[in-house]
Design a protein around this ligand. Structure first.
Ligand code: 6GU
Length: 250
């Protein structure tokens, strides 16, 4: 998968060299290209923003640097053999980023991110590229960040770990909170490892029992309790048939 990121803070994307995403890059699973938007400014002050038409607070990112940067990033990608880019526009007014959207994006061969600062990018830029490539505006949650770069890191990490050959164990995301399956819509419960006693605290007996059926039941109960506490909305969203008698007792 090819990733392009156009930003005024290329150094903000340094974490893409670290950990799971960094390893995916090193292995050639991810081909990451970070571009400094200011390279496509032509005035002495490298201006990327201006006052909004219609008035109001804040600044709006200008059309020309974004247009020239995206044209060049796209041309470079096509030239190197990439195809079917999807433009991912981080914005608090976008479609909520969910595991489902992460799975969708992980099936794409090429993502181009446009993290903005200030009040966002002149709308004509998004409208222009929407005539050429699929565009998805994405929000990572109901809060406002100072810019989209942190959202790019979040989206990239969620997508990269779904790519074949990135996670060591293909089963690692089978039971993820939000993954489809028997535990669909339930958050993961607590986990334990050695030593068996730490500061007087032991391990739940059932986990040491070797009884796989009981362990699965316990894990489901834990997941259910945690979900009811932290995300009652997820339980309300479930079909009644998703619950058995034991769930209803909790
Ligand atoms: Cl994608 N960008 C910004 N600036 N704020 C956000 C966001 C994105 N998602 C949630 N808040």
């Amino acid at each position: 998968m090819r990733l392009d990121v156009v930003t005024i803070f290329p150094e903000y994307l340094e974490p893409l060299n670290v950990s799971l995403v960094g390893k995916a890059r090193a292995r050639g699973v991810l081909d990451v290209h970070v571009h400094d938007l200011r390279e496509w400014t032509y005035d002495r002050h490298n201006t990327v923003d201006d006052t909004p038409y219609g008035g109001g607070p804040g600044m709006v990112m200008k059309t020309e640097p974004w247009g020239d940067a995206l044209d060049e990033a796209l041309a470079d990608g096509y030239e190197s053999g990439a195809h079917s880019p999807v433009l991912v526009v981080p914005t608090p007014s976008g479609r909520p980023f969910t595991q489902e959207l992460a799975v969708e994006l992980s099936a794409q061969p090429w993502l181009v991110f446009t993290p903005a600062r200030y009040e966002g990018i002149d709308r004509r830029v998004i409208d222009e590229y929407a005539t050429r490539v699929p565009v998805v505006e994405v929000s990572i949650g109901d809060y406002v960040l100072a810019g989209g770069e942190a959202a790019v890191l979040v989206i990239t990490e969620a997508v990269a770990r779904l790519l074949p050959g990135v996670l060591g164990n293909a089963e690692s995301h089978r039971d993820d909170s939000f993954a489809p399956g028997a535990m669909a819509n339930l958050l993961e419960g607590p986990v334990y490892t050695k030593p068996p006693e730490w500061r007087g605290r032991g391990i739940p007996d059932v986990l040491l029992s070797g009884h796989h059926g009981k362990i699965a039941r316990w894990r489901r109960d834990q997941a259910f309790t945690r979900t009811a506490l932290n995300r009652p909305d997820l339980i309300e969203r479930c079909e009644a048939s998703a619950f058995d008698k034991k769930d209803r007792e909790i």
